[in-house]
Design a protein around this ligand. Structure first.
Ligand code: UDP
Ligand code: MG
Length: 320
């Protein structure tokens, strides 16, 4: 099979027939073999009934329905597990992404040999309250992830080589950072394609402004787990040691100053009267705690199935 189109959706009943017809037309015009995987993320409208009806008209339509609303990431993850096409395309259900982009995305994966191609809604049809924070968000994501050529991490329209989606796990709200997840899994041929974007035709957006707060927190989590996920001591141990020694030096300075002044008959103050004493104490306590957090982190990693998770790309063995 050439292409799997994965469409996560939550209350998008009005858009679905149009979307399915459009995808099908593009696929037929280009002679692609394909499947459309609709992942109904606990819709409360009749999206699922619409999907079942579409299936009767088109055997390439497949669907999964969640019991309740879990979020876009679990929906995408479910689609990724089931996708059979050589190229997997994700697309929002709200008709903001255009299926006309599919042939070129397919070509970029199969011929230009990209592992992942992300859409870039260069000209967006969204309110300003969304586009300005998005710019900031993408600049931070570029910096933190080290993927410098992406302008639009959270674009719903993306294409992947099949083995990329089988390798990564999208959970929580991590759908915003799939390119970062892919990069961490060793897929670093990441490309971008300018895509057309349309205003939402039916329904309303499912994400509020809290997306930006949560987006930043998730980015911090990903940065931390990708760097120190299996060696937390390297983070907490370093930070803890620095803090502790800073405190130790400060306490030594405070102590020796007093002894020196006493010895030379100068005016001196009690150690506990110096503000530096308290700063030093806090630093030492925090330092010790950070260090111990490192130990606890290491104990958790030791018991994790992922402590030795790596993937072998190729291997040469000798047969005697
Ligand atoms: N979506 C989903 N589960 C959710 C929220 C959204 O499957 O809990 C789907 C939604 O139906 C749409 C896509 O994710 O197909 C993107 O959502 P939306 O268009 O609301 O986001 P925006 O375009 O405003 O970023
Ligand atoms: Mg949308």
């Amino acid at each position: 099979m050439d292409i799997s189109v994965v469409v996560p959706l939550y209350n998008e009943a009005e858009s679905l027939p149009e979307l399915e017809a459009w995808i099908t037309r593009v696929m037929n015009e280009n002679n692609f073999t394909y499947e459309i995987l609709f992942i109904n993320d606990g819709s409360t409208d009749d999206s699922w009934e619409v999907i079942k009806r579409l299936r009767q008209q088109n055997p390439n339509v497949k669907g999964v329905s969640f019991r309740r609303n879990y979020g876009k990431s679990p929906a995408l993850n479910t689609g990724f597990q089931r996708a059979q096409g050589d190229v997997v395309i994700t697309m929002d259900a709200d008709l903001q992404d255009s299926p006309d982009e599919i042939p070129e995305l397919y070509r970029m994966i199969t011929q230009d040999r990209y592992d992942l191609v992300s859409g870039w809604k260069q000209k967006r049809y969204d309110p300003l309250s969304k586009t300005i924070p998005t710019k900031l968000f993408n600049a931070t994501a570029r910096k933190v992830s080290g993927i410098r050529n992406l302008h639009d991490f959270n674009c719903g329209l993306k294409a992947y080589r099949n083995k990329v989606v089988k390798r990564i796990e999208v959970y929580g709200d991590m759908h915003r950072y799939v390119p970062y997840l892919a990069k961490n899994a060793g897929f670093n041929r990441i490309g971008e394609k300018v895509v057309h974007h349309q205003a939402r035709k039916y329904g309303t957006t499912k994400f509020g402004l809290d997306r930006f707060v949560n987006g930043y927190l998730d980015l911090a989590t990903l940065w931390f787990t990708s760097r120190f996920g299996i060696k937390p001591m390297h983070f907490f141990g370093l930070l803890g040691s620095l803090m502790f020694f800073l405190g130790l030096i400060a306490v030594a300075v405070v102590g020796f100053t007093k002894l020196y002044d006493m010895h030379h008959g100068n005016h001196y103050i009690l150690v506990t009267d110096s503000p530096y004493f308290y700063l030093a104490l806090t630093a030492m306590l925090l330092g010790a705690q950070l260090f111990l957090t490192g130990f606890i982190g290491e104990l958790i990693v030791r018991n994790s199935d992922r402590r030795n998770e790596y993937e072998i790309e190729e291997e040469i063995t000798t047969h005697c």
